[in-house]
Design a protein around this ligand. Structure first.
Ligand code: ADP
Ligand code: MG
Length: 280
């Protein structure tokens, strides 16, 4: 079995890309499951009103159920609303439901509106009996206030990039937004990881996209790519991650490999974040 060493401090990672359908949610839940499978303590925060991460992790998230919406609006704590994933004792989920769909507008008038999630997460991690190794925030496909809240609450960004035409289109805008958050609200924020998803190694296009991303962001993009496989898209309909649904399949293998690569970078990443913090 692969060697997973616990990171020295909690790694807080937002999975973001304003494009829809690039593999954000699949990446968040499968990387989280791969970590949890090794016994690490993992919290997934679903910040997408679609609630796809909640579905994949088997969390109840009907309209009216306690959710991340209550946390952001200050009516509940993370501990109040979080659920344990039925498949993994050490994987906890803050669910999202359609109730969150108005939040971007509602937040606009709130004082300190960018830092609502950061405060909730800081308080939770400080008070929790459990030491969390990873917090993964699954973002909606936008660059609105929910995503800004996610960017302010974490220290790392994981950007999934779909291997397709125009893969890099919109990436500049995302990087710009991250830069703005960095200079205005969260100086330690680091784009630590890019992951090429829906990779088809039989096509020249997939390989070209990978090489292009790699040439722009050589130290950020993972060596591991996630293959296009129907098992990854089937798993959520069984309220499962592909790591549980098809553990020996190439989707699960790739996501475990990606998780290992992310984990192997812990020391370097945490050091970079700490040095940014000290520069403040
Ligand atoms: P996002 O969260 O960025 O919108 P998703 O993870 O929900 O993206 O993926 C979009 C769609 O593509 C979903 O139906 C998902 O099941 C499917 N999908 C994601 N990754 C893969 C993959 N590697 N192979 C096949 N289908 C995938
Ligand atoms: Mg999604």
């Amino acid at each position: 079995a692969a060697e997973f060493k616990r990171p020295a401090r909690t790694r807080r990672i937002a999975v973001a890309n304003q494009k829809g359908g690039v593999g954000k949610t699949s990446t968040a839940v499968n990387v989280a499951a791969a970590f949890a499978q090794t016994g690490m303590n993992v919290l997934v925060v679903d910040m997408d009103p679609q609630g796809n991460a909640s579905t994949a992790l088997g969390a109840k998230h009907n309209s009216g159920d306690p959710s991340v919406y209550d946390v952001i609006e200050g009516r509940a704590t993370i501990a109040d609303v979080m659920q344990t994933c039925p498949d993994y004792e050490t994987l906890h989920v803050v669910p999202a439901s359609i109730d969150l769909s108005g939040a971007d507008l509602e937040l606009a008038d709130m004082p300190d509106r960018n830092n609502l999630m950061r405060h909730a997460l800081d308080d939770f991690l400080a008070d929790s009996d459990v030491h969390y190794d990873y917090v993964l925030v699954d973002c909606p496909p936008s660059l609105g206030l929910l995503v800004i809240n996610a960017m302010c609450a974490v220290s790392e960004m994981l950007i999934p990039i779909q291997a397709e035409y125009y893969a890099l289109e919109g990436l500049g805008q995302l990087i710009n937004t991250i830069g703005l958050v960095q200079s205005n609200f969260n100086p330690e924020l680091l784009v630590s990881t890019m992951l090429v998803t829906m990779f088809d190694r039989r096509t020249l296009l997939s390989r070209e996209v990978y090489e292009e991303v790699k040439s722009h962001y050589p130290s950020i993009v993972l060596d591991t790519t996630i293959p296009r496989t129907v098992k990854i898209s089937e798993a959520p309909s069984f309220a499962q991650t592909v790591v549980t649904y098809d553990p020996r399949g190439m989707g699960a293998i790739a996501y475990r490999e990606a998780a290992l690569e992310i984990n192997n970078r812990s020391a370097v990443v945490l050091e970079t974040i700490a040095s940014r913090r000290n520069e403040e």
